[in-house]
Design a protein around this ligand. Structure first.
Ligand code: SF4
Length: 374
């Protein structure tokens, strides 16, 4: 163990990765040096995302990975989800100032970033604490109006090429947000909206919005307004009190909705959360069986949805190469970094470029294609 060095391993989702990057920046600012390999005996094990103090929130910076960058627009959460410890750990939602985000987006665009991935615990709550109405839509309007043209690709007519919205909260997709997504070409037709369940009784026990009718209507409205909309969602199976009938409602809902991407988690109790009185009564074997059933269902749906893209053109952001196989590896608008699928592109496309690709093959999670321009 060397003094004044650190190695940070982030094992969570993109939100955790960005938090880890922020923490790394604070440590480096205070004179600590990054160590590439882990220390044999870690001193601190952070049980969840590192906590960033309120006075340090302005130091949060976007996490840049090649031509794609995360832009954290807020931190903390004021929702009451009974299973979640994040509000206890991080406190209530604090938005980063609009002008700060615009300046950061301009800097990233000038540095060659093609894709901005907007993240927060709940992106649809952005600006509430700043007194903004429809804050996320306002932010997207300003970002698309005011960011500089990308130096590499100007095909969208100015501004960033791709802006992706992650972690929307049910009930807060407004008509203005839908209009922004439908009319601004840089805002990708992609929405990540963790729904967590589809049975109203389960949702009520989760202290989540239980108006499933809203979900049906809003998704139908979005699909009508935004051609090709790709939707990612996540569900918890085995939540306390989830009956076989409640799970079946969730299963049928997933079958009916045909989401592009579905993630599922087996319920695991987090200390201090308000689900404590419910206990954890669903046996582990039942959780596992429900998880497997849901994932198998979605695998088939995902394959069918992917197959519907064969023969179509998709823009692909190239992020890597497999020299042995002679292919380039990238993502289309349907693929958020780190969590969704990939597009395997024949040949050596330029890393960091956006390439039009004709889709020639489909797998459950990934697509294969041929570039039409190299
Ligand atoms: S699950 Fe998401 S929206 Fe709910 S409290 Fe946790 S961070 Fe907030």
């Amino acid at each position: 163990m060397t003094k004044n060095t650190f190695h940070l391993t982030s094992r969570g989702c993109a939100k955790n990765t960005v938090d880890s990057d922020s923490m790394a920046q604070l440590l480096e600012r205070d004179g600590y040096q990054v160590r590439k390999s882990p220390h044999p005996k870690p001193i601190y094990h952070l049980p969840d995302a590192p906590t960033v103090g309120a006075d340090e929130r302005d130091t949060i910076r976007a996490s840049v990975a090649g031509a794609s960058a995360y832009l954290k627009i807020a931190d903390g959460c004021r929702r009451p989800c009974a299973f979640c410890a994040i509000p206890l750990i991080k406190g209530t939602m604090v938005s980063r100032p609009l002008e700060t985000l615009l300046a950061e987006a301009r800097t990233l665009t000038e540095a060659g970033v093609h894709e901005l991935v907007l993240i927060a615990q709940d992106t649809t709550d952005y600006g509430h604490d700043l007194g903004l109405k429809d804050g996320l839509a306002v932010l997207l309007e300003r970002l698309t109006d005011e960011t500089l043209p990308s130096p590499i690709s100007k095909k969208t007519g100015g501004g960033l090429d791709w802006i992706r919205i992650m972690y929307a909260y049910p009930g807060y997709i407004t008509d203005r947000l839908i209009e922004v997504m439908a009319t601004r070409p840089q805002v990708l037709p992609y929405l990540d909206i963790p729904l967590q369940h589809a049975h109203p009784a389960t949702l009520r026990r989760m202290s989540r919005p239980a108006n499933v009718d809203w979900v049906y209507k809003t998704i139908a409205k979005m699909r009508a307004a935004i051609p090709g909309l790709a939707i990612r969602t996540t569900f918890i199976v085995g939540y306390p009190g989830e009956t076989e009938e409640e799970f079946q409602v969730l299963y049928d809902f997933v079958e009916e909705m045909r989401f592009d991407r579905v993630g599922a988690f087996q319920f695991s109790f987090e200390a201090g959360t308000s689900s404590a009185p419910l206990g954890d009564p669903v046996p582990a074997a039942v959780k596992e069986q429900r998880y497997q059933r849901l994932m198998e269902l979605q695998q088939g749906i995902s394959l069918q949805v992917n197959q519907s893209y064969v023969g179509q053109m998709l823009d692909v952001l190239i992020e890597g190469r497999d020299k042995d196989k002679g292919i380039s590896i990238g993502r289309s608008y349907r693929d958020a970094p780190e969590i969704d699928g990939l597009v395997l592109v024949e040949g050596n496309a330029k890393i960091g470029s956006i390439v039009p690709v004709k889709v020639t093959g489909a797998m459950a999670y990934d697509l294969a294609g041929t570039p039409t321009l190299l």
